[in-house]
Design a protein around this ligand. Structure first.
Ligand code: AMP
Length: 210
């Protein structure tokens, strides 16, 4: 089963995708994570996109499509995947149609105020990528990841200026994908403003029904 999770940054796609990935035994593919790993490893791609990510802008379509194509060639995607944060432009969506067939696109609906609140309070683990929130999901010990004991930090692009930029980019470049997937009869809406367990339940029930 091939799924795309669509929605603004901070809508909770990644958190839900990690859990859904376990239920369906298919990989969670986050292009943001792929880019961050390229940056951490100091690769050419990483060097090319580092500043772009910090600013909250979009990486070029050609690089992004290339890393997704490479990822989809790995054997763990044979039974399917959850794509989180890709596609983000019409061109990426068109390319994805050429690469593979989709079973459903979950659109995580949430208002902008809540997104800003979620992103500015988000703390990410440097080691395992696990996500905490200072209010909604505080770690047991301040600054330390509950899962692996790694250091929690505020992503550069979770700082106020970058959040505004990411939201603008989402509206201009990614929101048009909602209409595109609706037209293709692939779109299913999720109320992403609910608590994480409830959003997960909605997503799981919906995907099981497809
Ligand atoms: P995310 O972790 O999904 O919020 O992505 C973090 C950043 O990675 C984004 O703000 C972009 O700079 C870059 N990025 C992730 N996915 C894409 C994509 N599909 N197209 C272009 N840039 C992306």
């Amino acid at each position: 089963m091939n799924f795309v999770f669509l929605g603004s940054p901070g809508a909770g796609k990644g958190t839900v995708a990690k859990k859904i990935s376990k239920v369906f035994a298919i990989p969670h593919i986050s292009t943001g994570d792929l880019f961050r790993s390229e940056i951490n490893s100091g690769t050419d791609i990483g060097k090319r996109v580092e500043d772009i990510l910090t600013r909250g802008a979009l990486a070029p379509d050609d690089v992004t499509i290339e890393i997704v194509k490479n990822r989809l060639q790995k054997p763990d995607t044979e039974k399917g995947f959850i794509m989180d944060g890709f596609p983000r432009t019409i061109l990426q969506a068109e390319k994805l149609f050429n690469i593979t067939r989709l079973n459903g696109v979950l659109n995580f609906e949430i208002c902008e105020d809540e997104v800003v609140h979620r992103l500015s309070g988000r703390r990410t683990c440097r080691d395992c990528g696990n996500i905490h929130h200072i209010e909604y999901l505080p770690p047991k010990q301040d600054g330390i990841c509950d899962v692996c004991g790694g250091e929690l930090y505020t992503r550069e692009d979770d700082k106020p200026e970058s959040i505004q930029k990411r939201l603008q980019v989402y509206k201009a470049q990614t929101e048009p994908l909602i209409a595109l997937y609706r037209e293709k009869k692939l779109l299913y809406n999720i109320d992403a403003s609910a608590v994480p367990e409830e959003v997960f339940r909605q997503a799981k029930d919906l995907l099981l029904s497809l």
